[in-house]
Design a protein around this ligand. Structure first.
Ligand SMILES: [Zn+2]
Length: 298
């Protein structure tokens, strides 16, 4: 199964086809709007990109082993959302993975639904967590007359080769005035600019779309949304997760992290954690522009 892909030349944000600049090694940058993407025409099968090792070794050191830390971060997302809109009604999460956010969200929302392309995490969400999670390509999924008050994409849009299609589909499913919440890396952030091609968010082909505040705002406007707030997102990490993530990147720092981890021992490193916010992950709140103008009464 494939999930579409860039044609390599068309900008997903402004549709410019008149050339692009090569930046950060093997990425393209649109000279018109500044959107950065990984040019890919033959997108690998989802099953190859997101096999089980993705969540336990290649991209995440140990996703489920970090459940408590992840839940803390998810609860923080919820409190951030609550500043923009009440936590009520129906919620849809695109890219729900193991369903941890859905489990936290259902304490507030009347109904929560998740979708993801990864079969095993979705199965875990359904069977172990007991939430309504569906496996498949969101773009091809049927929702009938179902509409949602809130749609969330946590650390998901950077994985999408055609992000505009996902936002337009989300807009179709959100009630007028409903909310869309997104977290993703901010390529215009100081840390990203400083790290260049070594920025931790740059790892194609799983990350293919690299937004700035400006390009994401533009794509949201073109997809039927008004941006009502852009903040940064904080994540709770155990010491184990921090050191194991650095170890995954290898190099000198990877070696130091590996040494520290052996010295401390895994048990101890999993017990302690801190909130991290490097200012390079955006938390974006956008409101669905009403499709109908209510009639005025005098
Ligand atoms: Zn562009």
């Amino acid at each position: 199964m494939t999930i579409g892909g860039h044609d390599g030349v068309t900008c997903s944000v402004c549709s410019n086809t008149n050339g692009h600049e090569c930046v950060l090694g093997n990425l393209n940058r649109c000279p018109m709007c500044g959107f950065v993407w990984y040019p890919i025409t033959d997108y690998p099968a989802v099953s190859l990109l997101y096999e089980d090792a993705y969540f336990a070794g290649t991209e995440y050191p140990d996703y489920l082993g970090q459940e408590n830390a992840l839940r803390k971060s998810m609860r923080r997302h919820l409190s951030q959302m609550a500043r923009f809109s009440p936590l009520e009604g129906k919620l849809l999460e695109v890219g729900c993975a193991y369903g941890l956010f859905l489990d936290e969200a259902r304490l507030h929302f009347d109904q929560v639904v998740g979708v993801d392309v990864c079969a095993n995490p979705v199965s875990h969400a359904c069977k172990q967590i007991g939430v309504d999670a569906r496996c498949g390509n969101f773009l091809r999924m049927e929702f009938g007359a179902q509409r949602f008050n809130v749609v969330c994409l946590w650390d998901t849009i950077e994985h999408l080769p055609t992000p505009g299609d996902f936002l337009k589909k989300a807009a179709e499913l959100i009630v007028d005035g409903g909310m869309l919440y997104i977290t993703t890396g901010d390529i215009s952030a100081a840390v990203a600019r400083m790290r260049g091609r070594h920025w931790r968010q740059i790892h194609p082909p799983t990350h293919v779309s690299y937004f700035s505040r400006e390009t994401l705002s533009k794509l949201l406007r073109l997809s039927g949304f008004t941006v009502v707030g852009i903040e940064t997102a904080s994540y709770y990490h155990t010491l184990f997760n921090i050191l194991a993530s650095i170890r995954l990147r290898r190099g000198v720092f990877g070696g130091v992290a590996s040494g520290l981890l052996s010295m401390l021992g895994e048990g101890l490193a999993r017990r302690f954690g801190i909130w991290l916010n490097l200012g390079d992950i955006m938390f974006v709140a956008a409101r669905r522009i009403p499709t109908t103008i209510p009639s005025r009464t005098q």
